[in-house]
Design a protein around this ligand. Structure first.
Ligand code: PRX
Length: 650
């Protein structure tokens, strides 16, 4: 540990770790000497059926083409080639079910499963370019389904299994999915919760409004009863499992759409972020190899995310499998049957690389260090963090208590839109500081600038710095599904003159020039690492007949990073039934969106603070929610409104 200019502590990797690391400092030099050549070299780590003509074509900015004219098959890269290279018996997935059942899936078995699914999807008449919705818990078949889509050039849209039928329907309709893959139910803290039922509810919503779905393919997981529509619904074990395990992967263009993943923006309508094949796979593979220092055949890797989020796509499915990882996939919650579960799993499989979200680290801190201390965690040699800023205290605890004071911690900044890690330490090179993402990875370029686009200076802590990406990168989104105008407006308008991507995050550079990401600067909240828009929650609240108007803000929360705080005005007819009404409104939001969007607090207020132009002043509501002195209220129509709002909080 050494002292640096403006932070108490920084941590260099041990000489031993540095000497054995995949990435050395020379990577930065190689990348800056010739960016295109650098990315070409990274792409060469993959198998290409046909080589590319041009590394980057940015002539149609902001829609990039990477490795144009190259052809590859993403699933072949993640599965077939490892079997062909003689690693068929290596375990790809150590799957741990919530009730305690487990399955080891080798690369050879994974290939057979993916081939079966590909053969059956073909039998269903699905063709390259068609969309498939995947609404599943963390079971191996979910990964098989994603890979089978990739193998056939079908574009998958994974919808987090915690999302409501309404949210599922919205996503299925937006992408016109022909097939939905789901499970009968999912295990949640020892109980089997229905999931197929939610699919039916989604498809029968809006009466008999026509939709695109031809079939619903159902994996049996909990054996609970399911509603069934003959002809439309199909059991996985009666179809996929019976199909041939032989299938030859065909090559697709590097720019062939691989997946759509919906994420929250600043309006109520989620954005279908579109990713393509060659550039995406290149960067997820490169980052997984170098940021996690992954050694195929030696490490046991565990990313605790869910496949419903981008972290699950990039660092459970495509990154690790392209690098021939042996990984743990866990179905359940960290405290079932008790708070020891994660550390038991680490011990059981000898996990060496562990990647999770700060909110979980803070939860572990709350549960107490005696819980991890009861286990042999000596296999852990690298720890990763993602999804939100990690506070220095949690960072140090993570390194000391989970990483025995020696494991490097990589704080990785990226987004659904970036597809892969962008800003992060390199574990064998960087002297890390608790709470800092440090620097763009080799091959990646980012700036911290002010409103006008002028770079902020090092150590300028007062300045409002915005994070921008000033160069295209291989795994960048290629657009918003069905709405390219929104793509341009959301990310490229703010710094249109400079041609930069605006990330929506605030950031600063410390006196050493190291980068700190400070969190969203738009109306997007980050609750336990999940992105939720204030507008989405507001629209769910006003969907309730008793609510006339709603304003939602993210207020800082010790465990979840931010908590959702809502202020509502009731309609004249509504009766303020106090706690009962608040509970009902919270339940409404859970139902409409997901339990993850359930507000922490709802305050019934007589009025909302608005500017003369009618805009709700969220900044002031955040002050109230966080119990701060109010900022400037002079632009309010009626400054007295706060007295009334405060009174409701007391
Ligand atoms: O605000 C940043 C925060 O999460 C946002 C992206 O959310 P999502 O698209 O859901 O992807 C999450 C997983 C990649 C970012 O705009 N964020 C993510 N990682 C970090 C972070 N904030 C600070 N530090 C991070 N390491």
């Amino acid at each position: 540990m050494t002292e640096t200019a403006d932070h108490k502590d920084s941590y260099s990797p041990s000489a031993e770790f540095a000497a054995a690391a995949n990435a050395g400092a020379e990577l930065y030099e190689q990348a800056s000497a010739d960016r295109d050549a650098f990315w070409a070299e990274q792409a060469s780590r993959l198998h290409w059926h046909q080589p590319w003509g041009q590394v980057l074509d940015w002539s149609d900015a902001p829609v990039a083409k990477w490795f144009a004219d190259g052809k590859l098959n993403v699933a072949y890269n993640c599965v077939d080639r490892h079997v062909l290279d003689g690693h068929g018996d290596q375990v790809a997935i150590h799957w741990e079910g919530e009730p305690g059942d487990s399955r080891a899936v080798t690369y050879r078995e994974l290939l057979a499963e993916v081939s079966r699914a590909a053969n059956y999807f073909t039998e269903l008449g699905l063709e390259a370019g068609d969309r498939v919705a995947i609404y599943m818990p963390m079971v191996p078949e979910a990964i098989v389904a994603m890979l089978a889509c990739a193998r056939l050039g079908l574009t998958h849209s994974v919808v987090f299994a915690g999302f409501s039928p309404t949210a599922l329907r919205q996503r299925v309709d937006d992408a016109s999915a022909r097939l939905i893959i789901t499970t009968d139910g999912q295990w949640r803290r020892g109980k089997a919760a229905p999931l197929k039922e939610a699919v039916d509810e989604a498809l029968f919503a809006n009466g008999d409004v026509p939709h695109s779905v031809e079939h619903v393919l159902v994996v049996r997981r909990t054996e609970i009863e399911v509603p069934w529509t003959e002809g439309r619904d199909l059991w996985w074990h009666e179809t996929v499992t019976q199909a041939s395990p032989e299938h030859e992967a065909q090559p697709f263009d590097a720019e062939h759409p691989l997946f759509i993943l919906y994420t929250s923006g600043t309006t109520g309508k989620p954005k279908g972020i579109l990713h393509t094949s060659g550039g995406y796979l290149t960067q997820v593979s490169y980052t997984h190899h170098n940021v996690f220092d992954h050694k195929a055949g030696q490490d046991v890797y565990w990313c605790t995310a869910d496949i419903g989020w981008v972290t699950g796509h990039s660092y459970i499915v495509y990154g690790p499998l392209s690098n021939r990882a042996t990984q743990v996939v866990y179905e359940g919650t960290p405290n079932f049957p008790d708070e020891h579960r994660h550390w038991q799993i680490v011990e059981k499989y000898g996990v060496s690389i562990y990647y999770t979200a700060p909110t979980l680290v803070r939860t572990f801190m709350k549960w107490g260090r005696e819980i991890p201390a009861a286990h042999d965690l000596s296999s852990l040699r690298l720890l990763g963090s993602v999804g939100e800023p990690i506070n220095p205290e949690a960072w140090r605890w993570y390194r000391d208590v989970i990483g025995a004071g020696t494991a490097p911690v990589v704080d990785t900044w990226w987004q659904t839109e970036t597809g892969a890690i962008m800003i992060s330490p390199l574990p064998g090179v960087t002297a890390t500081k608790p709470g800092a993402a440090m620097a763009p990875l080799p091959g990646i370029s980012a700036l911290v600038v002010d409103e006008e686009g002028k770079p902020v200076q090092r150590g300028e802590t007062e300045a409002n710095g915005y994070l921008v990406l000033d160069q295209p990168w291989p795994s960048m989104l290629r657009g918003i599904w069905g709405d390219m105008e929104r793509y341009r407006a959301t990310y490229w308008e703010r710094y249109a003159a400079q041609g930069w991507y605006f990330a929506g995050d605030g950031a600063k550079l410390d006196a050493d020039g190291d980068l700190w990401v400070l969190g969203r600067v738009d109306d997007v909240m980050n609750v336990s690492g999940h992105r939720i828009s204030t507008a989405e929650v507001e629209s769910a609240l006003v969907g309730h007949s008793g609510v006339a108007e709603a304003a939602v803000v993210g207020a800082s929360d010790e465990t979840t990073g931010q908590g959702i705080v809502a202020f509502v005005i009731l309609t004249a007819e509504a009766k303020d039934t106090g706690a009962a009404l608040v509970d009902e409104l919270k339940a409404e939001v859970s139902r409409e969106i997901s339990p993850i969007a359930r507000p922490r607090e709802i305050h019934v207020v007589p009025e909302l603070p608005k500017t003369r132009s009618g805009k709700i002043m969220r900044r002031l509501l955040r002050d109230v929610a966080e119990g701060r002195e109010l900022g400037d209220t002079s632009t309010l129509v009626d400054p007295n409104v706060f007295e009334a709002i405060r009174a409701t909080k007391a």
